[in-house]
Write a protein that binds this ligand. Structure first.
Ligand code: ADP
Length: 336
């Protein structure tokens, strides 16, 4: 079972998440707790997250996703998990879907725990937590017997550093602007159930458990693509090695055919293009013929010019002879 718990800060996600973890024997993974552990351990990640958390803002998606990814790799998360405080914005929700795709573990159900703002303020401002056993008290409506020590183990009670009015205001604003769109996303995907978080912790837990039991029969069948992938994987396993080889060979042959057909198509295209080019641009042999023709034409033209010249010359010579003859005749006549 893979659950996402959604709700404003102080709605009781943590409390209900821990109860569900006991009931279904799967871990409750709280990004808030994981980040607080990193802060307490003084790791580089913790140092980077502390100031952001104290301001009631969101730690960067990369850091949170890295934390979640690592946590979900642990063996206890194989059977399922309850996510508390993640995803908190649309980018985280999308990345979570991608991660689940990778792991083949889609979300089964998202539960939104609704509580009105006045109750939230009372819960957060009065919250005190035991530093040794984690037990939770509230100075307004569930006070410890002694102010600063745990009723169960005597450990020191502490107020969370981000449970002050200013930070709470920021956390509520971020829930409204960034997390409510995530709620809508799960609603659109028909994966959302809404629970009223007001009243006795036990009563809320009953309502939460009822919602889970009502849709539990559909778990696992919700992600169609994951179901298809699983079916394909099963089929592939069932196919004997030899027929798998044949199938692979067929696939390769088909791929080969495809590439040959592609090459042929390319060649035809090239030819057509070349033809088109030839139609507009003369080839060398065509060029040669054209040149020859031009040369021949020139020759003919030259010859006719020569001929014309010769004729003209002949004519001039004849005229000159005629003139000479005429002059000789005249001379002879005068002598006589
Ligand atoms: P609450 O839900 O009461 O605000 P949490 O314990 O879930 O408290 O978270 C405490 C703080 O840790 C948040 O205010 C935020 O700074 C950081 N945090 C927890 N989860 C995320 C998350 N998914 N993305 C970014 N920051 C987160």
């Amino acid at each position: 079972m893979r659950l996402v718990l959604l709700g404003a800060p102080g709605c009781g996600k943590g409390t209900q998440g821990q109860r569900l973890a006991q009931q279904y024997k799967i871990p409750e993974i709280s990004t808030g707790d994981l980040l607080r552990q990193a802060v307490a351990a003084g790791t580089a990640l913790g140092k980077a997250a502390k100031a952001v958390m104290d301001a009631g803002k969101l730690v960067s998606d990369d850091i949170v996703l890295g934390v979640i990814r690592e946590r979900m790799k642990l063996p206890d998360a194989r059977k399922g998990f309850i996510l508390d405080g993640f995803p908190r914005n649309l980018a985280q929700a999308e990345q979570l879907d991608e991660l689940f795709e990778e792991l083949g573990q889609p979300i089964d159900l998202a539960l939104l725990i609704e509580v009105e703002v006045d109750s939230i303020l009372q819960r957060l401002l009065g919250r005190r937590t035991c530093t040794s056993c984690g037990a939770s008290f509230n100075i307004f409506y569930a006070p410890p017997r002694m102010d600063d020590s745990c009723d169960y183990c005597g450990g020191r009670l502490k107020r969370r550093s981000d449970d002050n009015e200013e930070t709470i205001g920021n956390r509520l604003r971020i829930f409204e602007t960034q997390t409510l769109p995530v709620v809508e996303r799960y609603r659109e995907q028909s994966r959302l159930r809404v629970i009223q978080g007001i009243g006795d912790i036990e009563d809320v837990f009953k309502a939460v458990s009822k919602a889970i039991e009502e849709v539990k029969s559909t778990f696992g069948s919700r992600d169609r693509s994951a179901a298809i992938r699983r079916a394909v994987a099963r089929k592939q396993k069932a196919v004997p090695a030899t027929s798998a080889k044949t199938a692979a060979a067929k696939a390769t042959a088909k791929a080969g055919k495809k590439s040959t057909a592609k090459a042929a198509k390319k060649a035809v295209k090239k030819k057509v293009q070349a033809k088109k080019k030839n139609a507009t641009r003369p080839t060398t042999s065509k060029k040669k013929t054209v040149k020859k023709k031009a040369a021949a034409k020139k020759k003919v033209a030259k010859k006719s010019v020569v001929k014309k010249k010769a004729v003209a010359e002949k004519k001039t010579v004849a005229r000159k002879t005629a003139v000479k003859k005429k002059a000789a005749k005249k001379k002879a006549g005068r002598k006589r």
